[in-house]
Design a protein around this ligand. Structure first.
Ligand code: SF4
Length: 624
């Protein structure tokens, strides 16, 4: 009898319509745990090197984790992976919401989706039964309408719908996958992979109980979390203001990405602050499955100029910054509308905002004109143009068709030095975190297997000075503060430990806002949760090793695809000074950064080219 997981993985070949159930053993689950572990395992083992990510040779892996769906806060997550059409490398993105727990209640830990259907289809999974159904009637429709139609068709409004919008169908390179209309597997263009397979949606409904080893212990941990989580200022802040609370803090610290990462301070930041959101448009604080933190927002606007539908949620910090300060837009209503549009059409808010800001800088510098922009004045701060361009990207119309390829490809098309204004790593646009004020985030952008990604580690401020967040990471061996601007081996060492912890989150389905250091649940309770769910006599050590294993497997995938140490770097702009704000003039030293990456390789047991050594792979039980 397995605990914490169901022991069943669905394999569907959309080309011939075959459906199989695979039943890996306990060693498989204990080695890979789900999420990132499954994805790295299957992509490495089953994908041929060099395939076209948008061909039927690619496989879409959807994987819950061993904690997903437990009756405790912060375990709603699941991951989707494939070879990324945006980066050409290892692709993965996680989401919360309710879909992952429902998949497990339907009896499965994950899906491997192969081939390509000859016409649009959706997959319907209900309590152990799996069907491939026609989706011709919803192809081309926006996400809200699709969900309504599927509710009616199935005759059940409680089904959970994971789907792509028109952007995924149109193979936009940063199309996302949404569940519940507002929880996104946002990054790496996995919505385009789904679209390339003619797969519109995966619908799940489950009534089974997830088997666990020690339910009493899980209830005890859950109750104990409820007794203290609101005392933790980080968790309390998430409830009160959501992630947009980061806008004013980052602005004061000079690290709010502004004007396409030229500046670190936005003069009108207050107008797009979390307080303004609370005062003017917030309708409800909402959350994911079983989570008391409720950091997500539901916003609604009904005015003569603009209407925003609350069913698409509300903008998170990344979205506020990407369509706000980054584009010098100080209108929070327009940001809320941009968020709604992205969720209706199915595109990643980060890469969309970054592609628009990139085009704005190209326009400002005369590299493109209104002629290339279909007559649109794309000046920084022109809020109306942001909404027009989002629609064009998702529908691949005019300039939108160029930007839909991602800003790196768009720069190649524009020429004339447009590449100076691209802020990507491995082809993926930076998230809304400024490495010139928290250099560990820069290491994360550079070495992350999915390209620039802010969800690789706990950010520098969490262990930058004495206090409760530093205390919370002492069990990992990070016992002294390391300044946010310190790029020495001490930062790299903290990074290496926290990267393993974050990788473990992505394998198990736990949200990084709940455990330490970003949340309130102590590491020992997380370990106890894994023990109680699975019955394994495990330890923090084993969980960190599992996290490290997945990092190495994803690394091997990228090396096989031709990535080298040259790709573990940052855009030139970050080696130049910030143009305003508290850290004006601050830059990252190119030499120090190179040295930090070299130290990272050696701490990881990789050679000077960033290739894992044979001994490291064998230690991690990876046969390559
Ligand atoms: S903390 Fe927020 S994002 Fe994380 S599970 Fe809870 S509601 Fe979802």
């Amino acid at each position: 009898m397995s605990y914490g997981y169901l022991g069943k993985i669905i394999r569907i070949d959309l080309t011939d319509g075959s459906i199989k159930i695979e039943e890996p053993n306990d060693i498989f689950y204990r080695t890979y745990m789900g999420g990132k572990g499954f994805i790295a395992h299957y992509l490495l083992k089953e994908l041929k090197p060099g395939i076209d990510p948008l061909s039927e040779d690619n496989k879409l892996i959807i994987a819950a984790g061993i904690l997903t769906g437990l009756s405790v806060a912060g375990v709603p997550r699941f991951a989707v992976g494939a070879k990324s059409p945006l980066t050409g490398g290892y692709g993965q993105s996680e989401a919360g919401g309710f879909w992952g727990p429902e998949l497990k209640k339907a009896g499965f830990d994950g899906l491997i989706i192969e081939g390509k259907a000859d016409k649009p289809v959706y997959i319907y999974i209900k309590d152990g039964q799996i069907e491939i159904k026609d989706a011709g009637h919803v192809w081309g429709k926006e996400t809200g309408e699709t969900q309504e139609i599927l509710f009616k068709e199935v005759g059940d409004k409680t089904i959970k719908v994971l789907q792509i919008g028109p952007a995924g169908e149109n193979l936009v390179k940063y199309a996302c996958i949404l569940n519940g209309l507002k929880h996104a597997n946002g990054r790496n263009g996995l919505g385009a992979v789904m679209g390339s397979k003619n797969l519109k949606a995966v619908v799940v409904k489950g009534n089974k109980k997830i088997p666990v080893h020690d339910n009493e212990k899980i209830s005890e941990i859950s109750k104990s979390f409820l007794s203290y989580y609101m005392e933790n200022p980080l968790t309390r802040g998430l409830y009160e203001y959501g992630t947009p609370a980061g806008v004013m803090g980052n602005n004061a610290g000079g690290i709010l990405p502004t004007r396409n990462f030229n500046d670190g301070e936005f003069q009108n930041a207050e107008k797009i602050s979390a307080q303004v959101m609370v005062d003017t448009m917030l309708k409800k604080r909402v959350g994911c499955y079983a989570c008391a933190v409720r950091c997500k927002r539901k916003v609604e606007i009904q005015s003569d100029d603009i209407s925003v539908d609350g069913k698409y949620g509300g903008p998170e910090y990344e979205t506020v910054a990407a369509f706000g300060s980054l584009c010098e837009n100080d209108d929070l209503e327009v940001i809320a509308k941009a968020n709604e549009l992205c969720n209706r059409l199915g595109i990643d808010t980060i890469s969309t905002g970054m592609s628009i800001a990139f085009a704005m800088e190209c326009y400002e510098n005369g590299i493109i004109s209104q002629k290339e922009l279909d007559g649109i004045d794309l000046s920084f701060g022109n809020k109306k143009s942001i909404l027009e361009i989002i629609e064009k990207i998702a529908r691949r119309e005019g300039i939108g068709d160029v930007l839909a390829e991602g800003s790196e490809a768009a720069a190649r098309k524009f020429g004339n030095g447009a590449d100076k204004f691209v802020l990507c790593v491995k082809g993926q646009e930076l998230a809304m975190h400024e490495p010139r004020g928290k250099v560990g985030v820069g290491i994360g952008y550079a070495v992350c297997e999915t390209g620039a990604d802010h969800m690789v580690i706990g950010h520098d401020s969490l262990f930058g000075k004495k206090g409760f967040t530093l205390d919370s990471v002492k069990p990992f061996g990070i016992i002294e503060p390391v300044d946010a601007l310190d790029l020495s081996w001490k930062k790299v060492r903290a990074f290496v430990y926290l990267q393993r912890w974050w990788s473990f989150f992505n394998m198990t389905g736990i949200c990084d806002f709940v455990p330490v250091p970003r949340g309130a649940m102590p590491a020992e309770d997380v370990v106890a949760l894994v023990k109680a769910a699975t019955g394994w006599e495990t330890s923090l050590w084993e969980l960190m090793i599992a996290g490290e294993r997945a990092i190495n497997m994803a690394r091997l995938f990228n090396l096989r695809e031709g990535f080298t140490s040259e790709d573990d770097t940052l855009p030139d702009r970050l080696f130049e000074g910030l143009k305003n704000g508290r850290l004006e003039g601050n830059s990252i030293s190119r030499e120090e950064f190179k040295e930090a990456i070299s130290i990272y390789y050696s701490m990881m047991g990789w050679n000077e080219e960033g290739v894992p050594t044979k001994g490291k792979l064998l230690e991690l039980n990876i046969e390559n």
